[in-house]
Design a binder for this molecule. Sequence first.
Ligand code: FAD
Ligand code: NAP
Length: 546
Amino acid sequence: MTERTETSPQRTDVPAPLDAVVVGAGFAGIYSLYRLRKDGLSVRVFEAAEGVGGVWYWNRYPGARCDVESVDYSFSFDDDLQQEWNWREKYATQPEILEYMEHVVERFDLARDITLNTRVTDILFDEDSLLWTVTTDTGEAVRARFVVLGLGPLSNSNIPNIPGIGDFAGPLLHTGQWPHEPVDFTGQRVGVIGTGSSGIQSIPEIAKQARQLTVFQRSPNFSVPAGNRDLTDDDRAEQKAGYAERRRLSFLSGGGSPHQPHPHGALEVSDDERRAVYEEWWQKGGVLFSKAFPDQFTSVEANDTAREFWVQKVRAKIDDPAIAEQLIPTDHPIGTKRICTDSGYFETYNRENVELVNLRKAPIERIDATGVVTADGRHHDLDALVLATGYDAMTGSVKKINIVGRGGRTLNDEWAAGARTYLGLGLEGFPNLFNLTGPGSPSVLANMVLHSELHVDWVADAIAELQARGASVMEPTNAAVEGWVEECRTRAESSLMSMADSWYVGANIAGRPRVFMPFLGGLGAYGEIIGKVAADGYPGFEFTAS
Ligand code: FAD
Ligand code: NAP
């Protein structure tokens, strides 16, 4: 493959093209570099952050940890790696996951091809050379035959446009852009806006430290205790001995972990059995609770049984019934927004130093130098304000880059009415450009580490196929894209998932088209589909020689 040529500011000649540019150094980008380099390609990774890790570099807020068990939320591509690494807790903390990712980068000597502190701004296709030119905010421009976008579905923070937000005099912290130095809330009056997964993880930790915590809640969320605990040597030995089977089951499963739902629907079993099954999945912890019965996302009645079980459990945790009432969601079926995974979240509202402010009753009017003003005329005095307000998800980071394909087509125009992909991977008009774990793929509905591996392996195999055919570019046809968009739409409509005003449908960002973005059907079914496309010679893609 093409020789890699180092660029330096002194050079005046144009560097030889690379085989591939990867954007992003989270799980997806790290594995892309490993696999494509292993296949003999010259690769460079550009990463906006000062370090690798993606989400786990940025999200350093108190309480941040994964909601898929550590043993599953880790790379499977190298058995020595998974045998050597010792996870400390059932759900690893952010520092532990970051340590793991840095270890992977070092172990496989990846850092030499990763350029940090560098944001990709433009990706332009040249139809004569059939090469992409990737330009960065440091002024560097490199050419490459292939571009792999590992930008992450949750990497573009949503900073709400609340009047006066810029006037706040104390620290204003978004969970996804948390400072590197420890933030000490001791003795402070702290506000948290947002009660999604990030808010629900951080609120119990902040409450332990702050003098007073005010939680500004617009929508309550379903959350299930993680049941987190330290792993013992015996746990680790058992997990490592069972890794092969664990991974096999995970790749076949809906969510990318080795758990299978009950064989019958929630309404097909007796009340006692149903309660026992819910109890079992409650004990498994967190987001898994949405996977107890196979019909939880297709039948409102079945979903109601899960919701009622959840309500009973949660009411019992909260001392004040009036507060409990406000913490129980009534606006969406359980699981149609990602179920949060907590450690003592609801119990936090039993503390003397915690106040719940219900923004449905009195919305935020403005922020000023010393706090938040709500519509009931109250001024909530604050020393620090945490924005746990989420992300412009799935397409936000892609749209920030000026991506121009064949015939001057821009990705922003192509996606104006909703993302359009073939298999979630290929984009018509954008040859040899692959988008990882974004819209049109299971994405955030599955364990994203294994999902990244599935995607990267597919892309690497497709590139190998292209080379074997002596082709220069591959690109999906318009018909294939249309078909896949329709497939995703039909699946979404036959499920309860699109009923919620979630970030899965872009409802959290004003002005976004409302389209359910992930592929519904599970990682296993999706893997089968894209695997069959590869095995059948890539129908839906056109391969063109130069
Ligand atoms: P990311 O980790 O988001 O990495 C993308 C990288 O691309 C970022 O570092 C970003 O700086 C960089 N980037 C973006 N744009 C540019 C650009 N223009 N130029 C250069 N660099 C750029 N998923 C799970 O399956 N299980 C979990 O437990 C889980 N927990 C999560 C917890 C939090 C707090 C969050 C926010 C998400 C969580 N997720 C979880 C989802 C998470 O997005 C994925 O698990 C995974 O980390 C995504 O990896 P990635 O490499 O695709 O993207
Ligand atoms: P989120 O789920 O989008 O939650 C954002 C919260 O902020 C919501 O409660 C939202 O209210 C509120 N909000 C947004 N703008 C607001 C405004 N202007 N005024 C008042 N409230 C406002 O974001 P997130 O909590 O960061 O989680 C995003 C995803 O990241 C998760 O679903 C999950 O996939 C992943 N994640 C996982 C973990 C984990 O446990 N491993 C932890 C964190 C994140 P509304 O609902 O009313 O819009």
